[in-house]
Design a protein around this ligand. Sequence first.
Ligand code: 13P
Length: 255
Amino acid sequence: MTPDIKPIVAGNWKMNGSCGSESMVRELVAGFDQQLQGKLDMAIFPPAILMALVASWTKGSAIAVGTQDCHANESGAHTGDTAAEMIASADGTMVLTGHSERRVDHNESDADVAAKSEAAWRAGLVSVICIGELEAQRRSGETLDVLGKQLAGSVPGGATSANTIVAYEPVWAIGTGLVPEASDVEEAHAFIRKTLVERFGDEGAKMRILYGGSVKPGNAGELMAINNVDGALVGGASLKSADFLGICEAYRTMA
Ligand code: 13P
């Protein structure tokens, strides 16, 4: 937690879900009650083809929706891609950029991530910019160097606390059930905060920094209480409403 920053719990469905996911989404809408809404924001990131449908199911609720990627350009000959403007026109308000699975599967560089993040802003969307070290980098003590390089290359100069969220996801913790020690999470988040403040001043101090990687209802309370952890980016446990709401419950009793 960071004093005066409202946390956000975000669900990254990855390549999961279908046009039949309505009941699960409606359970989220019903479970995200007034008290929880006062404590945290909630967002879900379904696959692009489902996003407009999910937005129709959440319409009128406090749940934001977005996609897991966007193209840097507004339109044109880019088969299979989605422009940020299309996401906005389908009632999306956010987009994930630079997720490690996109960096690996699609060879996305920090420069690509920065261009996509700027495209999101161009369309009025919030960029959730993802960074994180590989297991080998953690083992060889390079974590903070890697994070510093990714922040410098992936977060464009125009970042503000309103248009940008940073998500720290140690790659080795994604989908593995492995979670770093609380002290390691605290160290990484403190480093990210310091770097953002150096670059963006007061805006950097107010930017939300999420932790992602094997967040579950059982560990959310401990992780979300760590300094500078302003919410969670959740993969597997965002696919069942009870699990996702269980993670949100960590905030119900927090001051
Ligand atoms: P898991 O929660 O399944 O580890 O995934 C984390 C993630 O990659 C969210 O973007």
